[in-house]
Design a protein around this ligand. Structure first.
Ligand SMILES: CC(C)(COP(=O)(O)OP(=O)(O)OC[C@H]1O[C@@H](n2cnc3c(N)ncnc32)[C@H](O)[C@@H]1OP(=O)(O)O)[C@@H](O)C(=O)NCCC(=O)NCCS
Length: 324
């Protein structure tokens, strides 16, 4: 990278880190621009100082990996770093440059591709620019700082009637796999998951490995001896892939929350999450992250009552060539 560009990158990284902290203290304190497929795209600002930089990253997620269940096979991501409080002009400019860049790549025309942007949820000034370029808000990364109290609801009492919450064990492989698949099928209704031929086998293999770990990070709710709900958390050592999206500290990722459809609305989900939170707090977890599909009608109110709120929004357009 020529020194002029590197200087601009350092300058923008610092400015954006400060701006993010002003917007949302649970965003990461540093906003370092990663390496992209080419030199950064530049949005010109006043006095010759860039108003924003962006890099494009290409990822091919192979068939036979569970990651392919969480989105398209071809992923083209734009990482934006915008300096000004009003991001709309620079975002518009960089998204337009990115569209032209993608239009030159033959692989972008394939069906199983997406153009993707992770956007700080509270940075509302750029939302219209994303919409203008044809992008849709598909997923939310929500965050809960430790100790953040959940709202007490009428379900708190109901849940305790005959409900048992216990650690999931290796012998629970069949039922845990079934509940994991339940949430994947539900997320697929909103485009947040894509069921692949290998999904079932891969979920089973991942579940088997997760259930072998001690202490357990997955809990089942049972009514009348029958498992009716599951919460499953990735321990800190396995949450590194997403921990950089929030403040430093001990971070975990809550990967699964599912209650059987006929049992919903009676407090089982609330009881499971309260149990998981008490375990996470006791294990020194400082921040919990999770994803939910923007259009899932059950998740946003549920997670909000449990003490979570939006941190990032995942914007996408599929296939990638339909970026405007
Ligand atoms: C989200 C989910 C885990 C919540 O579990 P739950 O046991 O239904 O939750 P609770 O009963 O503790 O929470 C109560 C809320 O459920 C909702 N609810 C009530 N009846 C419901 C029903 N028949 N079906 C679904 N939700 C219902 C209500 O919003 C209720 O809140 P309110 O009555 O105070 O307004 C569950 O709905 C579910 O498994 N959904 C499908 C998978 C999913 O969306 N997982 C989260 C993905 S991130």
């Amino acid at each position: 990278m020529p020194w002029m560009v590197r200087d601009a990158v350092d300058d923008i990284n610092r400015a954006v880190g400060r701006r993010w902290q002003g917007l949302d203290p649970l965003l990461p304190p540093r906003a370092d621009l990663p390496e992209g497929c080419a030199a950064p795209l530049v949005a010109n600002g006043v006095n010759g100082r860039p108003a924003g930089l962006a890099v494009c990253r290409h990822e091919h997620v192979p068939a036979g990996t569970l990651n392919q269940t969480w989105g398209t096979a071809g992923r083209f991501s734009l990482v934006l770093r915008l300096r000004e409080a009003d991001t709309s002009g620079a975002a518009d400019d960089l998204l337009g440059q990115w569209r032209d860049h993608l239009a030159r790549l033959p692989e972008v025309a394939a069906d199983d591709t997406a153009a993707m942007v992770n956007w700080p949820a509270r940075d509302v000034s750029g939302v219209n620019a994303l919409l203008r370029h044809g992008m849709q808000a598909l997923t939310v990364v929500a965050v809960r700082p430790a100790g953040h109290a959940a709202v007490v609801t009428r379900h708190d009492e109901a849940a305790h009637q005959g409900l048992v919450i216990r650690e999931a064990r290796p012998a629970d492989l069949d039922v845990v796999t079934e509940l994991e698949m339940g949430v994947i099928r539900y997320d697929a209704l909103f485009g947040a998951a894509v069921i692949r031929p290998a999904t079932g086998d891969l979920v089973r293999a991942e579940t088997q490995a997760a259930l072998a770990a001690r202490p357990a990070w997955a809990w089942l709710a049972e009514r009348d001896g029958q498992p009716v709900g599951l919460v499953h958390v990735q321990p800190p050592g396995q949450s590194g892939w997403i921990a950089g999206m929030t403040r430093p500290g001990v971070t975990v990722y809550l990967q699964t929350m599912f209650v059987r459809p006929e049992m919903r609305g009676s407090g089982i989900g609330t009881a499971l999450v309260r149990h998981a939170h008490s375990m996470l707090d006791a294990r020194g977890v400082q921040t919990t992250l999770l994803h939910y599909a923007q259009m899932n009608p059950l998740s946003a109110p549920f997670w909000n009552r449990m003490g979570y709120r939006p941190l990032w929004t995942g914007w996408e357009v599929r296939p990638a060539a339909s970026l405007r």
